[in-house]
Design a protein. Structure first.
Length: 502
């Protein structure tokens, strides 16, 4: 099936009700792995952060990372879950090269957190409650790099390279209950849920949750029910979707694909699928296993985890302000509308704006630059705001240079352009490009006199009371100074020279 075989979205929703399940894997920001003392720092040489335990060598024994357990409990509490009084790990058996032990240490029927919910706000302000089935602890797999194929996948590759540095890094998998009743807004709900979850994870401080770096990834399960039916349809699972936009696109595509198959009398295959960023399509991966295919059994080398109730309540007291509450508070503090705040969220600008404010930028100026020049640049480059090569601290410095009069808006944009081009911090860019505002009164006065002398007709209009005509002379001075004059001061000097009250 190709992209052109799809049923229109409207026709699909006229005949079927979508049912979604979202499985989100969050890589915890611990210093060491889930069951051993190996480092988790990114960027290390391949296979340099490994040991007998995370490589599954005979005789090695795992030990649970206490910080990972604490992070799991805090995530569960923030998701309004019950925290298990007693739970244990299990072995999930399957054979793949990136699994050095040939099983994954995970949790099966005894998760650490269960039966919760997360309220998410859609673009029009409607709040949709997503039920949480469970949040459980597990370890990540290694990384496979397939060489020689056209797609970067194993099919068609001549060989594969394996890096086990990632094997054993702590993960929390958060699984929703079946999401029903969203109708045509199902893809929007999926995106809003993952966005809200990402914001929550970051607020807890347990992970940076950078989707573009694989620190948070979503599996989108989707099925369709004919209108009026009660039983769920067969689901597909689109694996490892790594951006908010892609989560929404994957859900939408699968709704249209499922409808096309069902309308044509076909049968949906329970399978994993790969998402393609270029056209928003999915393609078949492998037939999806059932739980029994993994032959789960309790991990014999790890003792059960039994979180003390007093400790759990102590952790509950450390939870940050819920993201939705924080957003409403910030919206009121900033004096902006719900629509404007939603635009900030859609652009992924909230965290950069807050970080710039923390670095000293006024709130309105931080919003102005992140939602203006930087959002435009991110859109042109097709990347998330967080992926731009500029830091919140650098944006705050640009705001400070504007506030002190060293830059005007035009020069600030050129400064940001230089930072994005890799020319250094704002001060270095300003110095190298010679971008400072001309503040020398003598130089400004000369430029004003030249503009008046060269535009006598306009000067006469101003003397005659048409003060608005001063804009033309201001423009002439700005051109002569390459935009480096303070426009407000230039206007004052023009009116002073012509003996006119502003």
């Amino acid at each position: 099936m190709t992209v052109t075989d799809l049923v229109s979205y409207e026709d699909a929703l006229a005949s079927y009700d979508p049912v979604m399940g979202l499985e989100v894997h969050v890589e915890l920001g611990t210093r060491t792995k889930m069951f051993c003392g190996c480092a988790t720092a990114p960027g290390a040489p391949a296979n340099s952060q490994t040991c007998p335990t995370c490589l599954g060598l005979p005789g090695s024994l795992p030990v649970v990372n206490a910080t990972a357990v604490e992070s799991a409990v805090r995530i569960g509490l923030a998701l309004n879950c019950s925290i298990a009084e007693w739970c244990r790990f299990a072995r999930k058996n399957y054979f793949y090269p990136d699994m050095p032990k040939n099983f994954q240490t995970s949790q099966y029927d005894e998760p650490i957190a269960f039966d919760g919910y997360l309220d998410v706000q859609l673009e029009d302000g409607e709040v949709f409650r997503v039920g949480i089935e469970r949040a459980h602890m597990e370890e990540d797999t290694g990384k496979s790099t397939h060489i020689g194929g056209a797609t970067g996948r194993i099919h068609g590759a001549s060989h594969s390279l394996l890096d086990y540095n990632r094997a054993g890094i702590p993960l929390i998998e958060i699984v929703t209950r079946p999401i029903t009743g969203a109708g045509e807004r199902a893809p929007e709900v999926a995106r809003a849920y993952v966005a809200e979850l990402r914001e929550l994870i970051r607020a807890l401080g347990v992970s940076e949750a950078r989707m573009e770096m694989g620190q948070m990834r979503c599996d989108v399960n989707l099925s369709l029910m004919p209108k009026g039916a009660q039983a769920f349809g067969t689901r597909s699972e689109t694996k490892n979707v790594n951006s908010l936009r892609s989560v929404e696109r994957a859900a939408r595509y699968e709704i249209q694909r499922h409808a096309a198959v069902l309308d044509g009398g076909g049968v949906i295959v329970q399978e994993t699928r790969h998402f393609h960023e270029d056209d928003g399509s999915t393609t078949a991966g492998r037939v999806k296993e059932e739980a029994e295919d993994y032959r789960y059994f309790p991990e014999p080398d790890l003792v059960p985890v039994a979180p003390d109730r007093a400790w759990v309540e102590e952790l509950r007291g450390t939870l940050p302000e819920p993201p939705r509450v924080r957003r409403n508070r910030l919206r009121e503090e900033w004096g902006i509308s719900e629509h404007e705040m939603q635009s900030v969220l859609n652009a992924g600008a909230l965290d950069p704006i807050l970080a710039s404010i923390a670095a000293g930028a006024p709130a309105d100026q931080a919003r102005k630059w992140w939602m203006g020049e930087l959002a435009r640049r991110a859109n042109e480059d097709g990347v998330e705001l967080s992926a731009l090569p500029i830091t919140p601290e650098q944006v705050a410095r640009v705001c400070a240079l504007v506030a002190e009069g060293s830059l005007n808006d035009k020069l600030a944009r050129q400064t940001i352009e230089g930072v994005l081009a890799g020319e250094g911090d704002p001060d270095r860019v300003v110095e190298a490009r010679g971008l400072k505002v001309v503040s020398d009164e003598g130089a400004l006065g000369t430029a004003v006199d030249e503009a008046i002398a060269g535009n006598q007709a306009i000067a006469d209009k101003i003397r005659g009371g048409k003060v608005a005509a001063a804009g033309a002379l201001v423009g002439a001075v700005m051109k002569a100074t390459r935009g480096q004059a303070d426009a407000a001061r230039v206007r004052e000097l023009i009116l002073e020279r012509l003996g006119v009250q502003g």
